[in-house]
Design a protein around this ligand. Structure first.
Ligand code: HEC
Ligand code: HEC
Length: 352
C-alpha cells in the first residue's frame, strides 16, 4: 500500500524535523489513529490569568464576571483547556474538535448557517461565538439558556449525538490512554487524575480567557483614537435611538450592553421562528457578544440572517433601521472587531 508507506515516512520525517527544530517543549507525541499528533506548548505557560485590561473592560468585568469562586483562571488550567478544546479525541471518530464549530479565525464561531458534526449531521442552531462569555452575568449558556453555567455547558457538545457523539466513559477512557494528559492535569490540578469536573473546569477557564479588548472601539474609549463622524453618529444611534417603537422603547444598547454588547436579559425580542421554542418555550433567545459581529456571516439563532447589513435593511422588529441610519450603525459596529483575538497564539491550536 503506497499510501500507507508514504504516511509512515512522512510521519517519521515530521517527527525528526520537529525534534531537531523545536525549542519548545514537546509534551507528547501520539498516534491517534488519524494522524501523528505532536503537541507544542511553551516551556512556561502563556499568560491567561493576569491580563491587564483597559479600565472600561475591568469595570465591566467587576460588575458581570460569571467565574465561580472554585474555578478562577490559572495559566496551567487554561492551557489544559486549550489542549482539550483542540483535541479531536473528544469526538467519536476523532474528526471533530470544539474548534470545528468555534473557529478562532472566525471569532470562535462558524460562518456556516448550521455546523457539521462528527458524522456530517447538522446542528439544529447556528454556532455561537465564544467571545467574552465571562461577561454574561447570569452565566446561562446556549441560545435558549438551557445550561445554567459554563462548567455545565462544556461537556454537552462532547455528548451531543450530532456534534461529537461520545459518552463520558469513553471520553475518560480515551484521555487516560493519551500520553500527554497526565502532565497537563498535574500542572493544572495537582494530580494526574482525569475526571469530568476537571475537564469542565479546564475548558471553562480557556473559554473565559477569550476576551476582546483591543478593537478600535477600545482604543477610542481609552482616548488613544477618535471616532470618525459616521462612527460617532452610529454609536449615538446604537445607544439612544428607539426606532419605530418611539420613546420608552428599547434601544440597541438596552439589549446589547456595552462594552461587550452582550444581551442582558432585556425586554423579550422574538425573531419569528415557528420551529424553535427558545428560552422557557417563550420563543426568546440569548444573543452572544456583538464584538466581531460584522466579520461573521449567518446570524441569529437559526443563522437565517445572512449578515449585519441584511439585518439593518430588514423589517425584523428592533433590528431593521431607517435607510439614513444603516451606514452609521454599520460603521460603529465595525469598530468592535478585534483582530488580535482571532490570531493570538494563546487561543490557537497547540497541535502541530
Ligand atoms: C458540531 C458543532 C459544534 C461543536 C463540535 C461544538 N459546538 Fe459549541 N456550539 C455549537 C452550536 C450550534 C451552539 C448553539 C447551540 C444551541 O444554542 O442550542 C454552541 C454553543 C456553545 C456555547 C454557548 C455559548 C453561549 O454564549 O451561550 C459554548 C460555551 C460552546 N458551544 C462551547 C463548546 C465547547 C467547549 C465545545 C467542545 C467540547 C463545543 N462547543 C463543540 C456548535 C458546536
Ligand atoms: C429588545 C431587545 C433587542 C433590541 C432592542 C435589539 N436587539 Fe439585537 N438581538 C436581540 C436578541 C434577543 C437577539 C438574538 C435573537 C435570535 O437569535 O433570535 C439579537 C440579535 C442581534 C444580532 C445577531 C447576533 C448573532 O450573534 O447572530 C445583531 C447583529 C444585533 N442583534 C444587533 C442589534 C442592533 C444593531 C440593534 C439596534 C438597531 C439591536 N440589535 C436591537 C435583542 C435585541
Amino acid at each position: 500500500m503506497p499510501g500507507k508507506k508514504f504516511f509512515v515516512i512522512t510521519s517519521l520525517l515530521l517527527s525528526v524535523f520537529l525534534f531537531q527544530n523545536c525549542s519548545k517543549k514537546d509534551v507528547g507525541s501520539v498516534d491517534t489513529g488519524q494522524q501523528v499528533t505532536v503537541l507544542n506548548l511553551p516551556e512556561t505557560p502563556f499568560n491567561y490569568s493576569n491580563v491587564s485590561f483597559p479600565a472600561h473592560i475591568t469595570a465591566a468585568l467587576a460588575a458581570n464576571d460569571n467565574t465561580p469562586v472554585n474555578n478562577a483562571i490559572t495559566d496551567d488550567g487554561a492551557t489544559l483547556g486549550r489542549v482539550l478544546f483542540y483535541d479531536k479525541n473528544l469526538s467519536f471518530n476523532k474528526t471533530i474538535n470544539c474548534a470545528s464549530c468555534h473557529k478562532q479565525e472566525q471569532g470562535f464561531t462558524d460562518d456556516a448557517r448550521l455546523s457539521e458534526g462528527f458524522e456530517g449531521g447538522l446542528t439544529t442552531r447556528n454556532s455561537m461565538n465564544l467571545l467574552n462569555v465571562r461577561f454574561y452575568r447570569s452565566g446561562k449558556m446556549f441560545w435558549d439558556e438551557r445550561a445554567g453555567t459554563l462548567e455545565e455547558q462544556v461537556l454537552q457538545p462532547v455528548q451531543n449525538h450530532i456534534e461529537m457523539g461520545m459518552s463520558i466513559d469513553s471520553v475518560l477512557g480515551r484521555l487516560n490512554r493519551l500520553t500527554y494528559y497526565p502532565t497537563l492535569f498535574t500542572s493544572a490540578f495537582g494530580s494526574a487524575d482525569i475526571d469530568t469536573v476537571r475537564i469542565a473546569r479546564a475548558l471553562s477557564q480557556f473559554i473565559r480567557s477569550i476576551v476582546t479588548y483591543q478593537a478600535r472601539y477600545d482604543r477610542v474609549k481609552q482616548g488613544l483614537e477618535v471616532f470618525t463622524a459616521t462612527e460617532r453618529d452610529g454609536e449615538q444611534l446604537f445607544l439612544n435611538a428607539t426606532g419605530p417603537g418611539g420613546p420608552g422603547a428599547p434601544t440597541c444598547a438596552t439589549c446589547h450592553t456595552p462594552p461587550m454588547f452582550l444581551n442582558s436579559g432585556a425586554p423579550p425580542f422574538t425573531l419569528p421562528d415557528n420551529g424553535d421554542p427558545g428560552i422557557l418555550n417563550e420563543g426568546r433567545f440569548k444573543a452572544g457578544s456583538l464584538r466581531n459581529i460584522t466579520a461573521t456571516d449567518n446570524l441569529f439563532h437559526n443563522g437565517s440572517i445572512s449578515n449585519v447589513e441584511t439585518m439593518l435593511n430588514s423589517q425584523i422588529p428592533a433590528h431593521g433601521v431607517a435607510p439614513p441610519d444603516r451606514a452609521k450603525i454599520l460603521a460603529f459596529l465595525r469598530t468592535l472587531t478585534d483582530n488580535t483575538v482571532t490570531t493570538d497564539i494563546r487561543f490557537s491550536s497547540p497541535f502541530k
